[in-house]
Design a protein around this ligand. Structure first.
Ligand SMILES: Cc1cc2nc3c(=O)[nH]c(=O)nc-3n(C[C@H](O)[C@H](O)[C@H](O)COP(=O)(O)OP(=O)(O)OC[C@H]3O[C@@H](n4cnc5c(N)ncnc54)[C@H](O)[C@@H]3O)c2cc1C
Length: 411
């Protein structure tokens, strides 16, 4: 039986790939040869139905995965980028409607391609999504969309990334889907009165989803603060959670855009706050447990908008959210801005854990040769999950993976 499946590649073209037999090998080999990522000889060697082999498999085709792909291509190794989404950039498209990046366009480009907007402007989330799609097309990156990896195992010394019935074999796997993956909500959320509308920030789109009455926003990081500002003109809003600090200037001001943002993003977040500096090592656990500082919104903005700051929510009483100080809030909506889990359960490999995260050295995973992370919070620096910061980690990991490929080929 010959089964056909449609793959949307980075260039947006649809190609029916026959997944068994010579036709598949020929098509895929030609595609790789065109894109210069290893060529037909080093491309996928289909040994069994729905099985392909590459030097490197990258899981995740957001900014982190595309960045890794860009650097891998320069080393001439064969690789594929597997992404669960239907379209490159969908993670950004799904974010709330009014979202504008807090980084100006000057800091929104990945290596090799500037963001196509005035450098001091703040792009919309849809413009960011389109940029990622254009980036993949520009460098002809071999992205397989609609391909969620459901397990990563090791067989016969090789990694096997399985996506449904497909198997992708490689000596090297880069996990570029390690932060912001599964919405995190405390267990007591289920005890809230069913009449209260609950929504996580990843599902929040606009005020139309919020019912009449008060809104409790749980989590006072950047998402919580920005959503609070959006809802405050129409609702009584409480913002719960500890103060994570804030950048002490207006990013939109002329001085902010031209000078201060550069100092903070490139100086502080990228060069100073890294695992290589004593201050960076001190700040890292705080950022990992509490989140980074507010970048656009200031505490005085929240106050002026009438947002009431309250301490942490620790439970539920009589169906209503209860604060750590015992107070109960009578609200009709709760917006959980409580962050994300890494959701790495699909990695069925023994990972050494350290402080709740897989142990790694700048993304090189301990005890699993050839396994890497890119895009994780504070992987190397505070900028590691940011658009302008991910390229440095991606380049380093691509070099490490390519060096392993070369060593094994020589052996
Ligand atoms: C609301 C919000 C606003 C932000 N604004 C900014 C900003 O202004 N400036 C800035 O620099 N940073 C910003 N960030 C931080 C960061 O840039 C983004 O979160 C960015 O999306 C992270 O990119 P990523 O590639 O690491 O992960 P993601 O964008 O989450 O991409 C991961 C990809 O992996 C795929 N995937 C996940 N699991 C699997 C699997 N098992 N198999 C296959 N594919 C899988 C997903 O489909 C997704 O496409 C913001 C973050 C948030 C949450």
């Amino acid at each position: 039986m010959t089964r056909k499946a449609t793959h949307l590649t980075a260039t947006g073209r649809s190609a029916a790939l026959v997944e068994q037999g010579a036709a598949f090998m020929e098509l895929e080999g030609r595609r790789l040869a065109r894109s210069g990522h290893g060529g037909a000889a080093r491309g996928p060697a289909s040994t069994a139905a729905k099985q392909e082999t590459f030097d490197v498999v990258v899981v995740g085709g957001g900014q982190a995965g595309l960045s890794v792909g860009h650097h891998l291509a320069r080393h001439g190794v064969s690789f594929v980028i597997l992404d669960a989404g239907e379209r490159i950039g969908d993670v950004w498209r799904r974010r709330w409607d009014s979202l504008r990046l807090f980084t100006c366009a000057r800091f929104d480009g990945l290596d090799g391609m500037a963001f196509p907007a005035p450098p001091d402007s703040f792009p919309t989330k849809d413009a960011m999504a389109d940029y990622l799609e254009a980036y993949a097309a520009r460098f002809d990156l071999p992205v397989r969309t609609g391909t969620r990896v459901t397990s990563l195992t090791r067989e016969g010394g090789r990694y096997v990334a399985a996506a449904g019935e497909r198997r992708f074999l490689a000596d090297n796997v880069v996990v570029a889907a390690a932060s912001y993956q599964a919405p995190k909500v405390p267990g007591f959320a289920r005890d809230l009165d069913p009449g209260i509308t609950q929504i996580h920030s990843c599902d929040y789109r606009n005020p139309g989803q919020i019912r009449d009455g008060g809104v409790l926003i749980v989590g006072a990081g950047n998402s919580g603060a920005e959503i609070a500002m959006e809802l405050a003109p129409r609702h009584k809003v409480w913002l719960a959670g500890r103060d994570t600090g804030h950048v002490p200037f207006r990013i939109e001001s002329a001085l902010g855009r031209k000078v201060l943002v550069r100092l903070v993003l490139r100086g502080l977040f990228h060069r100073v706050l890294t695992v290589a500096t004593p201050i960076g090592r001190k700040v890292r656990p705080v950022v990992l447990s509490q989140g980074g500082p507010l970048i656009r919104t200031k505490p005085r903005d929240l106050k002026a908008a009438g947002v009431v700051r309250v301490p942490r929510v620790t439970g539920v009483r009589d169906g209503l959210p209860q604060l750590v100080d015992g107070r109960v809030l009578e609200v009709t909506n709760v917006v959980w801005c409580t962050g994300f889990d890494r959701a790495l359960a699909w990695i069925k490999l023994p990972l050494e854990m350290e402080n709740g995260e897989p142990r790694h050295e700048r993304g090189v995973v301990s005890g699993q040769p050839g396994l890497y992370f890119v895009g994780m919070h504070f992987l190397y620096a505070l900028s590691s999950t940011m658009i302008h910061g991910v390229g440095r980690d991606a380049r380093r990991i691509a070099e490490a993976a390519a060096a392993r490929v070369t060593t094994r080929q020589a052996a």
